[in-house]
Design a binder for this molecule. Structure first.
Ligand code: ATP
Length: 325
Protein backbone atom coordinates (compact mmCIF):
# COMPACT_ATOMS: atom_id res chain seq x y z
CA UNK A 1 0.00 0.00 0.00
CA UNK A 2 1.46 3.37 -0.97
CA UNK A 3 1.79 6.04 1.69
CA UNK A 4 -0.13 8.62 -0.32
CA UNK A 5 -3.88 8.28 0.31
CA UNK A 6 -5.92 7.32 -2.75
CA UNK A 7 -8.51 9.95 -1.83
CA UNK A 8 -7.63 13.11 0.05
CA UNK A 9 -9.94 15.98 0.83
CA UNK A 10 -9.64 18.96 3.12
CA UNK A 11 -12.40 21.45 3.92
CA UNK A 12 -14.16 20.47 0.73
CA UNK A 13 -17.18 22.63 0.10
CA UNK A 14 -19.97 22.91 -2.44
CA UNK A 15 -22.49 25.69 -2.51
CA UNK A 16 -25.26 25.61 -5.13
CA UNK A 17 -26.69 28.96 -6.10
CA UNK A 18 -30.31 28.64 -7.17
CA UNK A 19 -32.79 31.26 -8.35
CA UNK A 20 -35.69 31.95 -6.02
CA UNK A 21 -38.94 31.42 -7.87
CA UNK A 22 -41.95 33.13 -6.38
CA UNK A 23 -45.46 32.22 -7.46
CA UNK A 24 -47.58 34.56 -9.58
CA UNK A 25 -47.25 36.57 -12.76
CA UNK A 26 -46.07 39.72 -10.98
CA UNK A 27 -43.18 37.85 -9.39
CA UNK A 28 -42.32 36.22 -12.71
CA UNK A 29 -42.11 39.63 -14.39
CA UNK A 30 -40.08 41.05 -11.54
CA UNK A 31 -37.63 38.16 -11.75
CA UNK A 32 -36.96 39.02 -15.41
CA UNK A 33 -35.47 42.29 -14.25
CA UNK A 34 -33.88 41.37 -10.97
CA UNK A 35 -33.40 37.74 -10.20
CA UNK A 36 -33.02 36.74 -6.57
CA UNK A 37 -30.79 33.87 -5.62
CA UNK A 38 -30.25 31.74 -2.61
CA UNK A 39 -27.37 29.52 -1.59
CA UNK A 40 -27.62 25.87 -0.67
CA UNK A 41 -24.61 24.57 1.20
CA UNK A 42 -24.62 20.94 0.07
CA UNK A 43 -21.13 20.04 1.35
CA UNK A 44 -19.88 22.05 4.29
CA UNK A 45 -16.10 21.83 4.72
CA UNK A 46 -15.54 18.09 4.94
CA UNK A 47 -12.16 16.41 5.35
CA UNK A 48 -11.07 12.79 5.16
CA UNK A 49 -8.50 10.49 3.60
CA UNK A 50 -9.04 7.05 2.15
CA UNK A 51 -6.05 4.73 1.84
CA UNK A 52 -5.44 2.68 -1.30
CA UNK A 53 -7.39 -0.57 -1.13
CA UNK A 54 -9.89 0.57 1.50
CA UNK A 55 -13.64 0.02 1.09
CA UNK A 56 -15.44 2.86 2.83
CA UNK A 57 -19.19 3.31 3.30
CA UNK A 58 -20.42 6.86 2.87
CA UNK A 59 -23.72 7.14 4.69
CA UNK A 60 -26.31 9.80 5.27
CA UNK A 61 -30.00 10.55 4.86
CA UNK A 62 -31.49 11.96 1.63
CA UNK A 63 -29.99 15.31 0.77
CA UNK A 64 -26.99 14.90 3.12
CA UNK A 65 -24.46 15.72 0.39
CA UNK A 66 -23.21 12.26 -0.62
CA UNK A 67 -23.81 12.49 -4.36
CA UNK A 68 -22.45 16.03 -4.48
CA UNK A 69 -19.25 14.80 -2.80
CA UNK A 70 -18.90 11.85 -5.17
CA UNK A 71 -19.42 14.17 -8.14
CA UNK A 72 -16.63 16.44 -6.90
CA UNK A 73 -14.37 13.44 -6.34
CA UNK A 74 -14.97 12.14 -9.84
CA UNK A 75 -14.59 15.53 -11.52
CA UNK A 76 -18.21 16.14 -12.53
CA UNK A 77 -18.53 19.18 -10.27
CA UNK A 78 -16.13 21.96 -9.42
CA UNK A 79 -15.76 22.48 -5.65
CA UNK A 80 -16.67 25.88 -4.18
CA UNK A 81 -13.78 25.60 -1.74
CA UNK A 82 -11.20 23.34 -0.15
CA UNK A 83 -8.82 20.83 -1.67
CA UNK A 84 -9.47 17.47 -3.24
CA UNK A 85 -7.06 14.94 -4.66
CA UNK A 86 -7.72 11.50 -6.06
CA UNK A 87 -4.62 9.45 -6.85
CA UNK A 88 -2.75 12.74 -6.75
CA UNK A 89 -4.98 14.36 -9.41
CA UNK A 90 -7.31 17.31 -9.03
CA UNK A 91 -10.52 15.72 -10.28
CA UNK A 92 -12.13 18.87 -11.72
CA UNK A 93 -9.27 19.16 -14.22
CA UNK A 94 -10.57 15.91 -15.74
CA UNK A 95 -7.19 14.89 -17.09
CA UNK A 96 -7.31 11.82 -19.33
CA UNK A 97 -4.94 9.92 -17.08
CA UNK A 98 -7.22 10.62 -14.11
CA UNK A 99 -10.40 9.54 -15.93
CA UNK A 100 -8.68 6.32 -16.94
CA UNK A 101 -8.04 5.46 -13.32
CA UNK A 102 -11.43 6.12 -11.74
CA UNK A 103 -15.06 5.22 -12.30
CA UNK A 104 -18.41 6.48 -11.07
CA UNK A 105 -21.42 4.17 -10.98
CA UNK A 106 -24.78 5.72 -10.17
CA UNK A 107 -27.44 3.14 -9.43
CA UNK A 108 -30.25 5.44 -10.45
CA UNK A 109 -28.66 6.74 -13.60
CA UNK A 110 -28.10 4.77 -16.76
CA UNK A 111 -24.93 5.06 -18.77
CA UNK A 112 -25.40 2.27 -21.30
CA UNK A 113 -27.22 2.94 -24.57
CA UNK A 114 -30.82 1.77 -24.28
CA UNK A 115 -31.44 0.39 -27.77
CA UNK A 116 -28.27 -1.58 -28.41
CA UNK A 117 -26.73 -4.57 -26.63
CA UNK A 118 -24.32 -3.75 -23.81
CA UNK A 119 -21.44 -5.37 -25.68
CA UNK A 120 -21.72 -2.64 -28.36
CA UNK A 121 -21.53 0.10 -25.71
CA UNK A 122 -18.52 -1.71 -24.25
CA UNK A 123 -16.78 -1.56 -27.64
CA UNK A 124 -17.38 2.17 -27.63
CA UNK A 125 -15.82 2.44 -24.18
CA UNK A 126 -12.86 0.44 -25.41
CA UNK A 127 -12.28 3.04 -28.11
CA UNK A 128 -12.84 6.02 -25.77
CA UNK A 129 -10.44 4.70 -23.17
CA UNK A 130 -8.08 3.26 -25.80
CA UNK A 131 -7.99 -0.08 -24.03
CA UNK A 132 -5.61 -2.48 -25.84
CA UNK A 133 -7.55 -5.42 -27.27
CA UNK A 134 -5.87 -8.21 -25.26
CA UNK A 135 -6.44 -6.31 -22.00
CA UNK A 136 -10.05 -5.59 -22.99
CA UNK A 137 -10.71 -9.27 -23.71
CA UNK A 138 -9.09 -10.36 -20.47
CA UNK A 139 -11.03 -7.85 -18.36
CA UNK A 140 -14.29 -8.63 -20.12
CA UNK A 141 -13.82 -12.37 -19.55
CA UNK A 142 -13.17 -11.74 -15.88
CA UNK A 143 -16.22 -9.49 -15.50
CA UNK A 144 -18.44 -11.96 -17.37
CA UNK A 145 -17.33 -14.65 -14.96
CA UNK A 146 -17.56 -12.61 -11.75
CA UNK A 147 -20.91 -11.07 -12.61
CA UNK A 148 -22.32 -14.12 -14.35
CA UNK A 149 -23.22 -12.08 -17.42
CA UNK A 150 -23.58 -14.95 -19.91
CA UNK A 151 -25.81 -13.97 -22.79
CA UNK A 152 -26.99 -10.71 -21.19
CA UNK A 153 -24.41 -8.68 -23.06
CA UNK A 154 -25.96 -9.53 -26.41
CA UNK A 155 -29.53 -8.43 -25.69
CA UNK A 156 -30.64 -4.82 -26.18
CA UNK A 157 -30.31 -3.12 -22.80
CA UNK A 158 -34.00 -2.12 -22.80
CA UNK A 159 -34.97 -5.81 -22.67
CA UNK A 160 -32.97 -6.52 -19.51
CA UNK A 161 -34.38 -6.60 -15.99
CA UNK A 162 -33.26 -3.91 -13.59
CA UNK A 163 -30.78 -6.24 -11.88
CA UNK A 164 -29.40 -7.56 -15.17
CA UNK A 165 -28.97 -4.03 -16.43
CA UNK A 166 -27.16 -3.02 -13.24
CA UNK A 167 -24.70 -5.88 -13.66
CA UNK A 168 -23.99 -4.72 -17.22
CA UNK A 169 -23.65 -1.10 -16.04
CA UNK A 170 -21.06 -2.15 -13.48
CA UNK A 171 -19.14 -4.23 -16.02
CA UNK A 172 -19.12 -1.28 -18.45
CA UNK A 173 -17.84 1.02 -15.73
CA UNK A 174 -14.93 -1.31 -14.94
CA UNK A 175 -13.68 -2.25 -18.40
CA UNK A 176 -10.86 0.26 -18.21
CA UNK A 177 -9.73 -1.31 -14.89
CA UNK A 178 -10.04 1.77 -12.69
CA UNK A 179 -8.16 1.84 -9.40
CA UNK A 180 -10.74 3.97 -7.59
CA UNK A 181 -14.45 3.13 -7.66
CA UNK A 182 -17.12 5.62 -6.65
CA UNK A 183 -20.32 3.63 -6.26
CA UNK A 184 -23.48 5.63 -5.63
CA UNK A 185 -26.30 3.28 -4.57
CA UNK A 186 -25.15 0.40 -6.80
CA UNK A 187 -27.83 -1.96 -5.44
CA UNK A 188 -30.80 0.42 -5.35
CA UNK A 189 -34.12 -1.16 -6.28
CA UNK A 190 -32.66 -4.64 -6.73
CA UNK A 191 -34.09 -7.76 -5.13
CA UNK A 192 -32.26 -9.32 -2.21
CA UNK A 193 -30.56 -12.02 -4.30
CA UNK A 194 -29.25 -9.56 -6.84
CA UNK A 195 -28.11 -7.19 -4.09
CA UNK A 196 -26.11 -10.05 -2.60
CA UNK A 197 -24.62 -10.90 -5.99
CA UNK A 198 -23.45 -7.32 -6.61
CA UNK A 199 -22.11 -7.07 -3.06
CA UNK A 200 -20.14 -10.28 -3.48
CA UNK A 201 -18.81 -8.99 -6.78
CA UNK A 202 -17.59 -5.72 -5.22
CA UNK A 203 -15.84 -7.68 -2.48
CA UNK A 204 -14.16 -10.09 -4.90
CA UNK A 205 -13.15 -7.29 -7.24
CA UNK A 206 -11.62 -5.31 -4.38
CA UNK A 207 -9.71 -8.36 -3.14
CA UNK A 208 -8.41 -9.28 -6.57
CA UNK A 209 -7.30 -5.82 -7.61
CA UNK A 210 -6.78 -3.95 -4.35
CA UNK A 211 -8.97 -1.17 -5.70
CA UNK A 212 -10.22 1.64 -3.49
CA UNK A 213 -13.99 1.87 -3.09
CA UNK A 214 -16.15 4.67 -1.75
CA UNK A 215 -19.72 3.43 -1.61
CA UNK A 216 -23.06 4.97 -0.72
CA UNK A 217 -26.02 2.74 0.00
CA UNK A 218 -29.24 2.91 1.93
CA UNK A 219 -29.00 -0.86 2.44
CA UNK A 220 -27.11 -1.52 5.62
CA UNK A 221 -26.52 -5.11 4.53
CA UNK A 222 -24.24 -3.70 1.81
CA UNK A 223 -22.36 -1.63 4.32
CA UNK A 224 -22.04 -4.40 6.91
CA UNK A 225 -20.82 -6.87 4.31
CA UNK A 226 -18.32 -4.60 2.58
CA UNK A 227 -17.09 -1.69 4.63
CA UNK A 228 -14.52 -1.82 7.38
CA UNK A 229 -15.00 1.87 7.84
CA UNK A 230 -17.94 4.25 7.53
CA UNK A 231 -18.18 7.99 7.14
CA UNK A 232 -21.51 9.47 8.17
CA UNK A 233 -22.55 12.79 6.69
CA UNK A 234 -25.57 14.93 7.58
CA UNK A 235 -26.45 18.44 6.35
CA UNK A 236 -23.12 18.44 4.49
CA UNK A 237 -21.04 17.79 7.61
CA UNK A 238 -19.25 14.71 8.85
CA UNK A 239 -20.77 13.30 12.03
CA UNK A 240 -18.70 10.16 12.30
CA UNK A 241 -15.66 8.56 10.67
CA UNK A 242 -14.43 5.21 11.92
CA UNK A 243 -15.15 1.48 12.16
CA UNK A 244 -18.80 0.44 11.97
CA UNK A 245 -18.49 -1.30 15.35
CA UNK A 246 -17.46 1.98 16.99
CA UNK A 247 -20.47 3.72 15.48
CA UNK A 248 -22.68 1.15 17.19
CA UNK A 249 -20.82 1.49 20.49
CA UNK A 250 -20.97 5.25 20.44
CA UNK A 251 -24.48 5.92 19.27
CA UNK A 252 -26.55 3.03 20.49
CA UNK A 253 -27.59 3.28 24.12
CA UNK A 254 -29.41 -0.08 23.97
CA UNK A 255 -28.90 -3.77 23.49
CA UNK A 256 -31.51 -6.33 22.55
CA UNK A 257 -31.95 -9.47 24.65
CA UNK A 258 -33.58 -12.26 22.68
CA UNK A 259 -34.86 -15.10 24.81
CA UNK A 260 -36.88 -18.25 24.59
CA UNK A 261 -38.74 -19.26 27.75
CA UNK A 262 -38.57 -22.95 28.57
CA UNK A 263 -42.25 -23.26 29.36
CA UNK A 264 -45.23 -21.01 28.75
CA UNK A 265 -45.18 -17.28 28.63
CA UNK A 266 -44.53 -14.52 31.17
CA UNK A 267 -44.80 -10.76 31.56
CA UNK A 268 -41.21 -9.49 31.27
CA UNK A 269 -41.92 -5.75 31.29
CA UNK A 270 -40.17 -5.43 34.67
CA UNK A 271 -36.86 -6.39 32.99
CA UNK A 272 -36.89 -3.99 30.06
CA UNK A 273 -38.96 -2.74 27.15
CA UNK A 274 -40.73 -5.66 25.50
CA UNK A 275 -40.37 -4.92 21.78
CA UNK A 276 -41.76 -8.23 20.56
CA UNK A 277 -43.44 -11.20 22.24
CA UNK A 278 -44.61 -14.29 20.51
CA UNK A 279 -45.58 -16.86 23.18
CA UNK A 280 -42.30 -18.01 24.76
CA UNK A 281 -40.15 -15.98 22.32
CA UNK A 282 -39.44 -12.50 23.66
CA UNK A 283 -37.31 -9.53 22.53
CA UNK A 284 -36.35 -7.04 25.21
CA UNK A 285 -34.65 -3.67 24.75
CA UNK A 286 -32.37 -2.80 27.67
CA UNK A 287 -30.03 0.14 28.40
CA UNK A 288 -26.54 -1.01 27.43
CA UNK A 289 -24.91 -0.64 30.83
CA UNK A 290 -27.73 -2.61 32.51
CA UNK A 291 -27.51 -5.56 30.12
CA UNK A 292 -25.28 -7.81 32.32
CA UNK A 293 -27.44 -7.35 35.45
CA UNK A 294 -30.72 -7.83 33.55
CA UNK A 295 -29.37 -10.97 31.87
CA UNK A 296 -28.30 -12.32 35.28
CA UNK A 297 -31.71 -11.62 36.81
CA UNK A 298 -33.56 -13.22 33.90
CA UNK A 299 -31.47 -16.38 34.14
CA UNK A 300 -31.92 -16.55 37.93
CA UNK A 301 -35.66 -15.79 37.94
CA UNK A 302 -37.03 -17.72 34.98
CA UNK A 303 -36.72 -21.09 33.24
CA UNK A 304 -34.95 -20.07 30.04
CA UNK A 305 -34.26 -22.33 27.03
CA UNK A 306 -32.15 -19.87 25.07
CA UNK A 307 -30.80 -16.34 25.46
CA UNK A 308 -28.72 -14.10 23.21
CA UNK A 309 -27.69 -10.46 23.46
CA UNK A 310 -27.43 -8.42 20.26
CA UNK A 311 -26.65 -4.91 19.17
CA UNK A 312 -29.61 -3.19 17.55
CA UNK A 313 -29.79 -3.26 13.74
CA UNK A 314 -27.47 -0.71 12.09
CA UNK A 315 -30.51 1.07 10.58
CA UNK A 316 -31.65 1.84 14.12
CA UNK A 317 -28.19 3.05 15.16
CA UNK A 318 -27.96 5.37 12.16
CA UNK A 319 -31.38 6.78 13.02
CA UNK A 320 -30.06 7.51 16.50
CA UNK A 321 -27.07 9.34 15.00
CA UNK A 322 -29.34 11.63 12.98
CA UNK A 323 -31.85 12.07 15.79
CA UNK A 324 -29.12 13.53 17.99
CA UNK A 325 -28.40 16.38 15.56
N1 ATP B 1 -27.85 20.80 -8.95
C1 ATP B 1 -28.29 21.20 -7.74
N2 ATP B 1 -28.76 22.45 -7.57
C2 ATP B 1 -29.20 22.88 -6.38
N3 ATP B 1 -29.22 22.12 -5.25
C3 ATP B 1 -28.78 20.87 -5.37
C4 ATP B 1 -28.29 20.33 -6.60
N4 ATP B 1 -27.92 19.04 -6.41
C5 ATP B 1 -28.15 18.78 -5.11
N5 ATP B 1 -28.67 19.86 -4.47
C6 ATP B 1 -29.01 19.97 -3.04
O1 ATP B 1 -27.83 19.74 -2.29
C7 ATP B 1 -28.12 18.96 -1.14
C8 ATP B 1 -27.30 17.66 -1.16
O2 ATP B 1 -27.77 16.85 -2.22
P1 ATP B 1 -27.07 15.44 -2.61
O3 ATP B 1 -27.75 14.95 -3.85
O4 ATP B 1 -25.62 15.61 -2.64
O5 ATP B 1 -27.47 14.57 -1.36
P2 ATP B 1 -27.41 12.98 -1.15
O6 ATP B 1 -26.82 12.77 0.19
O7 ATP B 1 -26.75 12.33 -2.30
O8 ATP B 1 -28.95 12.58 -1.11
P3 ATP B 1 -29.73 11.24 -1.65
O9 ATP B 1 -29.46 10.17 -0.66
O10 ATP B 1 -31.14 11.72 -1.65
O11 ATP B 1 -29.19 10.98 -3.03
C9 ATP B 1 -29.63 18.75 -1.13
O12 ATP B 1 -30.20 19.75 -0.34
C10 ATP B 1 -30.00 18.93 -2.60
O13 ATP B 1 -31.33 19.39 -2.71
Amino acid sequence: MSSQPAIHLRDLRKVYVVPIREAGIQAALRSLVRRQHREIVAVDDISFDVAAGEVVGFLGPNGAGKTTTLKMLSGLLHPSGGTVQVLGFQPWQRQKEFLRRITLVMGNRQQLEWDIPAIDSFELNRAIYRIPLPQYRETLDELVELLDLGQLLHKPVRNLSLGERMKCEIAGALLHRPQVLFLDEPTIGLDVTMQRRIRQFIREYNQRHGSTVLLTSHYMADVEALCQRVIVIHHGRILFDGPLSRLVERFSPHKTIILQLANGTADLSAYGEVVEQNGPAVKLRVPKQETPQVTGRLLADLPIADLTVEDPPIEEVIEQVFAQR
